[in-house]
Ligand binder design. Structure first.
Ligand SMILES: Nc1nc2c(c(=O)[nH]1)N[C@H]1C(S)=C(S)[C@@H](COP(=O)(O)OP(=O)(O)OC[C@H]3O[C@@H](n4cnc5c(=O)[nH]c(N)nc54)[C@H](O)[C@@H]3O)O[C@H]1N2
Ligand SMILES: Nc1nc2c(c(=O)[nH]1)N[C@H]1C(S)=C(S)[C@@H](COP(=O)(O)OP(=O)(O)OC[C@H]3O[C@@H](n4cnc5c(=O)[nH]c(N)nc54)[C@H](O)[C@@H]3O)O[C@H]1N2
Ligand code: SF4
Ligand SMILES: [Mo]
Length: 879
């Protein structure tokens, strides 16, 4: 039966878009952007639009498991409590740890923190936000005395200059990027500067791209501070009245002349000067920063070097201006509010406020000192200082630096408890106890987005099987540990009310985070609201325009920053930079289930500048081995001048579930920022070698192939089945035997085969009636078959011998042209289709392409790629 439309919030990025979910009578769920939500006003990106396709129960583990056996909840919860209690009794509370996630809802997070820091009595609870936001948090606290994002999204639209530092907003916060592009279209004078070593999709639309050398940011913003002073752009009144430390910071910055900055950043003096001039000369400036800032061993200094420039010019907290740390996960901000980080307590209180929290909770065992931060926690697991760990809503075997070591630490640990929806994640495979969590659509609570806006997530599906929300699981364990009274919550609403009350408890305006005005509200109908919401006052959108910082003297602090010494790599090594692609979410546990989101990039890859590729003997589309002392990975080479020479880029997404050796974090060093403890995930030295491949393969199949026998594989969902890249390091003589190993017994199928001894190419295709069951193409060189076309054959009918032969030969017939690599995932439009339109002159603008093919007309995330294709044709035509 079709259900009513439920207003909820997207579970992916920190934009926090409102979503309308309407269950349909056929069991599917219709997804649309919520036109009334102030984050997105109806827009959704490719990931948000495809949410309906991630709700299938396929692959879900719906019963608890203890030591590999399915059990009921009582047994599982007793086992968790017994094992934790056993470790605590023998080794003390600091021998247990909890590793959580910015994807927990505020209510889950609140009880997790309360249990650990107030009742078990250890601050060993940290989260994947340590890998994500910790340097921004530390930078905010150093400058403002509190972890406060001063502005709001509207500022992006009102700014005359937007500076994106280490942020690929076009792919990682697509709806905000679309809002910015729309504002720029309305006000073409608006300028966008992108500071990123790679020419990203965000950089492609910018007025100025500064391809900065990795970790050149502190030098750049130190130089900018010196320039602002020299150019008389400093707001003397603001600095005098609301800040301290300006002179020392300036003194440290002054040696950073444009020439020295250029040298340290690898930028031209002209580009540096242009950036400094436009920054100095524009009052309405917003600087958005993300993981190119945070994920660095100088991350906190980068954040402060940026904030210094905004404090110096007084451009903070007023419309259209301010430093803006953009959050990654849907509830990265909520996690900071409840104290999910090991160095914070709760409700933005530090450990010096432990008495307040102790009183409020009636806590028997309040933690009074910081706990272990993520990287330290995994080191402590390895050293057996921590003997039991509970991992919730994160996949550290993929996402932690030195990921092989993280796995080893878990495998050697006495008790590993994992709460997830899927028991097949690389991390859940290390669990002694698996707890089946309810997922998006099944659970209810709140999330806080990048602009401090709290929105409800609401359930529109029943809990499947035994799956339960995290808050419930945590409270049940707390009861079994003897803390029943403090965890007697029966709903997320009750938890939220307590969280809101704590934020106002003994606050009196001394702490930024105060939502005491929400204690009495109706949780069910709560509309999106920005904090603070103090009891009796209106919500506040912007902070600090008139000082009022949360330091003891209410003044902001300039932080004198010193750029890190230049990094050198050993001869033959390059710097490995890592990050995200448009359509995948982290370790792909959800986006990997949808054909629509698996087509844009279907394989782990590394982007290499042509000069490095030449030098290293690496050809595009071949396989490359990345290696260093920590580990190795094998991925596809993409040769592109969008890279800086000397650095390569690989996505963080691929896991052991989707590839043989695509987990790049096996190579990422666990070095951390000294202030925030955040690891520098974007800068590891690696060596690159061409992989010694004897035979490349590509396959499409109705069922997932068994790739155990392949030396390299990467499998991706496709409409109608799977598409799989393969490679073998030794030659194979019997292609039919290989096909049987991959696809099972082929008896019963009509199998066509082709082999050419001279070229070494071979192919096989198996049909059941008109349906293609599998096709396999083999070649000593990378297989030259159009992936989009080949994949589409899984859903075509093949009655005619000609159609079957076309499959075998891997060549599209005239009746079924090759659409080319996927560009628009919403409407399945490929690059060749767009190029053909551009070449024919029928469409010369992105909108015209949209009118003809619909591409780019839903979420808009692919519009920059469409533009690139059109521009390439313009250039060709002009040549
Ligand atoms: N599609 C998609 N969107 C997502 C996510 C996802 O998994 N997929 N994840 C979400 C999460 S949790 C997060 S944290 C955000 C991350 O959002 P972003 O931070 O925008 O994404 P990243 O790709 O990790 O890194 C951003 C850029 O930093 C650049 N960079 C690397 N080193 C440096 C440096 O030293 N200086 C400068 N200036 N730049 C550098 C990289 O080249 C990269 O282009 O995305 C969120 N949104
Ligand atoms: N090299 C490199 N490494 C990185 C990064 C990088 O840029 N480069 N980025 C870092 C950053 S910013 C981040 S945020 C991390 C992300 O890394 P992870 O947090 O490890 O990645 P996810 O795939 O989002 O993991 C979330 C897990 O929680 C499960 N899950 C989803 N919803 C729920 C729920 O409600 N309850 C429970 N119990 N489980 C749930 C999902 O199935 C999934 O297994 O990666 C970090 N690692
Ligand atoms: S931008 Fe996309 S992923 Fe982020 S919240 Fe909005 S719809 Fe979700
Ligand atoms: Mo993140």
């Amino acid at each position: 039966m079709a259900g009513e439309t439920i207003r909820t919030t997207c579970p992916y990025c920190g934009v926090g878009c409102g979503v309308l979910a309407t269950p349909q009578s056929d069991g599917s769920v219709k997804i649309a952007g919520d036109p009334d939500h102030p984050a997105n006003f109806g827009r959704l990106c490719s990931k948000g639009s495809a949410l309906g396709e991630t709700l299938s129960l396929e692959g879900r583990q719906l019963r608890p498991m203890v030591d590999g056996t399915e059990v009921d909840w009582d047994t599982a919860l007793d086992a968790v409590a017994d094992r934790l209690q056993g470790v605590i009794s023998q080794y003390g509370p600091d021998a247990v740890g909890l590793y959580g996630s910015g994807q927990l809802l505020t209510e889950d997070y609140y009880v997790a923190n309360k249990l650990m820091k107030g009742f078990i009595g250890t601050a060993n609870i940290d989260t994947n936000s340590r890998l994500c936001m910790a340097s921004s948090v530390a930078g905010h606290k150093r400058a403002f005395g509190s972890d406060t994002v001063p502005g709001c999204y509207e500022d992006f639209e009102q700014a005359d200059l937007l500076v994106l530092v280490g942020s690929n907003l076009a792919w990682c916060h697509p709806v905000l990027y679309q809002r910015i592009l729309a504002a720029k279209e309305a006000r073409p004078d608006m300028r966008i500067v992108v500071i990123d070593p790679r020419r990203t999709n965000a950089a492609e639309q910018a007025d100025l791209h500064l391809p900065i050398a990795n970790d050149g940011d502190v030098a750049l913003f130190s130089g900018l501070l010196a320039h602002l002073a020299a150019a008389n752009a400093v707001d003397g009144r603001f600095v005098e009245k609301h800040t301290t430390g300006f002179d020392t910071a300036l003194e440290m910055a002054e040696p950073w002349t444009i020439a020295r900055v250029a040298e340290a950043t690898g930028l031209s003096t002209a580009d540096v000067a242009m950036f400094f001039d436009v920054f100095a000369g524009t009052e309405n400036v917003v600087t958005i920063f993300s993981q190119g800032v945070n994920q660095s061993v100088s991350g906190t200094d980068k954040a402060n070097a940026i904030i210094n420039c905004h404090l110096a010019t007084g451009r903070i907290g007023r419309p259209g201006m301010g430093p803006f740390s953009i959050t990654g996960q849907p509830n990265a901000m909520g996690g900071r509010e409840v104290g999910g980080l090991a160095n914070m307590l709760a409700a933005h209180m530090d450990f010096d406020k432990a008495d307040i929290v102790e009183r409020f909770w009636g806590a028997p065992n309040i933690a009074r000192k910081q706990g272990l931060k993520a990287v330290e926690l995994f080191a402590a697991l390895q050293e057996k200082k921590v003997r039991a760990v509970w991992i919730m809503a994160t996949n550290p075997v993929v996402s932690m630096p030195d990921a092989d070591k993280a796995r080893e630490a878990l495998l050697g640990c006495h008790t590993v408890i994992v709460s997830d929806m899927y028991a097949t994640t690389d991390t859940a495979r290390c669990a002694d106890i698996f707890l089946p969590a309810s997922g998006w659509g099944e659970k209810a609570g709140t999330v806080t987005n990048s602009e401090r806006r709290i929105s409800r997530q609401r359930a529109f599906l029943a809990h499947p099987g035994d799956a339960r929300p995290d808050w419930w699981i945590i409270c049940e364990v707390a009861k079994r540990l003897g803390f029943g009274e403090a965890f007697a919550f029966t709903s997320p609403a009750e938890i939220f009310a307590e969280h809101a009350a704590l934020s106002g408890f003994e606050n009196d305006g001394t702490r930024d985070f105060d939502i005491s005005g929400l204690v009495e509200m109706d949780y069910e109908t709560l509309a999106p609201v920005q904090w603070p919401v103090r009891a009796g006052s209106a919500p506040v959108s912007r902070h600090f325009s008139d000082g009022g910082f949360f330091t003891p003297d209410r003044r902001a602090r300039f932080v004198a920053t010193q750029p890190p010494p230049p990094k050198s790599t050993a001869p033959g090594q390059v710097i490995l930079n890592t990050g995200r692609v448009r359509d995948h979410w982290h370790t792909m546990t959800r986006t990997g289930n949808t054909p629509r989101l698996s087509g844009h990039y279907a394989e782990p890859f590394v982007e290499i500048h042509p000069s490095d590729a030449d030098h290293l003997g690496i050809r595009g589309a071949t396989l490359v081995q990345l290696e260093n002392a920590l580990g190795r990975a094998i991925v596809r080479a993409q040769v592109t001048d969008r890279q800086r020479p000397g650095t390569v880029f690989a996505p963080m997404h691929w896991t052991g579930a989707y590839s043989s050796e695509g987990r790049v974090n096996a190579l990422v060093r666990p070095l951390t920022d000294p202030v925030s403890g955040q690891p520098g995930l974007k800068m590891s030295a690696v060596s690159l070698y061409p992989a010694k491949v004897a035979l490349y393969g590509f396959a499409v199949s109705a069922e997932r192939p068994d790739c155990d026998g392949a030396d390299y594989w990467a499998a991706a969902r496709a409409e109608g089945g799977w598409r799989t890249e393969l490679a073998l390091f030794e030659p194979v003589d019997d292609a039919a035997a290989l096909a049987a190993a991959l696809f099972g017994d082929t008896a019963g199928l009509d199998v066509l085969s082709f082999a050419d001894a001279k070229s070494g190419r071979a192919s096989l295709a198996g049909f059941a009636g008109p349906r293609l069951v599998f096709a396999l193409w083999l070649s000593p060189d990378p297989v030259l078959v159009s992936r989009q076309w080949a994949t589409a054959q899984l859903t075509e009918t093949h009655d005619m011998p000609m159609a079957r032969n076309a499959v075998l030969s891997g060549r599209p017939g005239a009746d079924r042209p090759d659409p080319g690599p996927l560009v628009c995932s919403c409407f399945g439009v490929g690059a060749n289709q767009i190029a053909a339109l551009a070449a024919s002159g029928e469409a010369t603008t992105v909108d015209a392409v949209g009118a003809a093919l619909k591409a780019g007309t839903n979420c808009g995330s692919c519009r920059t790629e469409i533009r690139r294709i059109i521009d390439a044709h313009r250039l060709q035509a002009a040549e």
